[in-house]
Write a protein that binds this ligand. Structure first.
Ligand code: 5GP
Length: 202
């Protein structure tokens, strides 16, 4: 069985990563979302086991100790981490796994799994990003300012990624991410030897 692809999606908060991922998953049934563990509080409309596994700092630190994370990071003073076992299991079973994680996490995934495909989502502009964060209404003004300042420093790290997608129009951005996922399946990988042998034996 061919391994699935590990797709890592990052970008400043408010760039619409979540909406893009949702659309890609509707169009690509082989894709599954990796549910992270976090110590941040639940936002309205979020469900445990759907958006995140909400945990205490003690639970999170115990999982770090157990080596249970593929990667983890401290983002805005809260822990976020990708549970390792389910990702490895589903990749081995051929599923594509999508991670929505920050830049530190993406760089650590790159080290742990060099075959991962890293996609950076950009907002059309900083002005538009501010408008979206304010419109979302989930954060206090000081948090929005913090997120915007972080966005500015984060955008410079786009150069570390394999692909950059600008989320101006959601449908177009989702279509572009889907194309990247599809193309990643056509990359030459370790299965090429078997493919060549099959042709040679014919
Ligand atoms: P939010 O609190 O808005 O849901 O997420 C804040 C940031 O944490 C986002 O940039 C998101 O991509 C990132 N994040 C979510 N889950 C993980 C994770 O498991 N690992 C890392 N490194 N970052 C994560």
């Amino acid at each position: 069985m061919k391994q699935g692809r590990l797709i890592v999606i990052s970008g400043p908060s408010g760039t619409g990563k979540g909406s893009i991922i949702k659309k890609v998953m509707e169009r690509w049934p082989a894709a599954e979302f990796s549910i992270s563990m976090t110590t941040r509080g639940k936002r309205e409309g979020e469900e445990h086991g759907v958006h995140y596994y909400f945990a205490t700092r003690e639970e999170f630190e115990a999982t770090i100790e157990d080596g249970g994370f593929l990667e983890w990071a401290d983002v805005f003073g809260n822990y976020y981490g990708t549970p390792k076992a389910p990702v490895e299991k589903r990749l081995a079973e051929g599923a594509d796994i999508i991670l929505d994680i920050d830049i530190q996490g993406a760089m650590n995934v790159r080290k742990a799994m060099p075959g991962a495909v890293l996609i950076f989502i950009l907002p059309p502009s900083i002005k538009e990003l501010r408008r979206r964060l304010e419109h979302r209404g989930t954060d206090a003004q000081d948090v929005i300012e913090k997120r915007l300042a972080k966005a500015l420093t984060e955008i410079g790290t786009a150069r570390e990624y394999d692909y950059v997608v600008v989320n101006d129009d959601l449908d177009v951005a989702a279509e572009q991410v889907l194309s990247i996922v599809q193309a990643s399946h056509l990359e030459v990988d370790e299965t090429i030897e078997e493919t060549i042998r099959r042709y040679e034996e014919e």
